[in-house]
Design a protein around this ligand. Structure first.
Ligand SMILES: Nc1ncnc2c1ncn2[C@@H]1O[C@H](COP(=O)(O)OP(=O)(O)OP(=O)(O)O)[C@@H](O)[C@H]1O
Ligand SMILES: [Mg+2]
Length: 283
């Protein structure tokens, strides 16, 4: 499989050509007998906000991990610009990952480090900036997420929402080109969720970063998304501009956006995967 292809894909819509920051091509992935994705393809537009939706257990977090090269597809590939991250290792993978700021679903803070040291970690790891410069950046980002004053606390001493916001600050310190947020708003109160949405729109305007956000909060998706993708039963059910998704007649899309119990999506992940059999074959 080639490491690099001549150019990133583009999509034409209303005469406007969108450059893809990330091109997911035929992503197929199974864990043992459980198939998570089958032939998922998506062109994530550069400089825009893409929201990834899907029922719990569908594979949204697994999807984000493929984008940053933490998981590798069984088939298919993920291009970051023209680099195939799915086949990179070692130094090359490390270098490409510097483009990303990632907030994992659980915050993934180092429990033995203060909020300050957690936030400073990527700067110390990836740059040779002096501590005075690191301090300026860390303080700025903690201010941005409303965590000034909590610098010296440890993850075990702060609330879940504060941990989330510390993870957010850490994801932003390297001024990333691509930002992945896995449920940044879970555990946040409505006011802080509103601030978070403002922050996302500010980041988009000021930095031009490409953002991919997993959320279950439809009002946030309605507010900040440019593009929305919906994952369900191993597939990308629908992907397109926000307006198209909110006027979609697809039963899965309609049910999910309305949060309705009536429709193809059920209560349990097992019901959402009725065709998975123990040997991994599909019906
Ligand atoms: N490393 C792994 N090994 C085996 N199975 C995994 C692994 N990571 C995830 N899974 C499985 O893949 C499926 C999708 O998980 P994932 O965490 O991506 O769901 P999700 O859509 O993010 O759900 P939620 O909305 O609850 O966060 C789950 O059944 C999970 O158990
Ligand atoms: Mg998840």
């Amino acid at each position: 499989m080639p490491r690099s292809v001549p150019s990133a894909s583009t999509e034409e819509r209303n005469g406007i050509v969108l450059e893809a920051a990330i091109s997911v091509q035929g992503l197929t992935k199974a864990f043992g007998p459980q198939t998570i994705f089958e032939d998922v393809s998506m062109e994530i537009p550069k400089g825009l906000v893409t929201i990834v939706l899907g029922p719990s257990g569908t594979g949204k977090s697994v999807f984000l991990k493929h984008l940053v090269g933490l998981l590798r597809p069984d088939r298919g590939r993920v291009l970051i610009g023209s680099d195939n991250i799915s086949v990179l290792h070692g130094r090359e993978l490390y270098a490409l990952r510097k483009k990303f700021g990632v907030l994992f679903q659980d915050g993934a803070l180092f429990g033995s480090m203060s909020v300050y040291d957690n936030t400073a970690f990527p700067l110390r790891e990836h740059t040779r900036k002096p501590e005075s410069e690191i301090r300026r950046i860390v303080v700025e980002k903690l201010e941005l997420v409303g965590l000034r004053g909590a610098e010296l606390k440890f993850p075990g001493e702060i609330s879940g929402g504060m941990r989330k916001r510390a993870g957010l600050a850490r994801a932003l310190v390297l001024d990333p080109e691509i930002i992945l947020f896995d449920e940044p708003d879970s555990g946040l109160d409505p006011v802080r969720t509103a601030f978070l949405n403002e922050l996302v729109l500010d980041l988009k305007a000021q930095t031009g970063a490409t953002m991919i956000i997993v959320t279950h909060h439809i009002p946030s998706a309605a507010q900040v998304a440019d593009y929305i993708g919906l994952l369900f039963r191993r597939r990308l059910v629908s992907f397109g501009p926000k307006e198209d998704m909110f006027t979609s007649t697809d039963p899965v899309v309609k049910q999910f956006l309305a949060g309705a119990t009536d429709g193809p999506i059920g209560m349990s992940e097992e019901k959402d995967r009725p065709s998975d059999s123990p040997d991994g074959s599909k019906t």
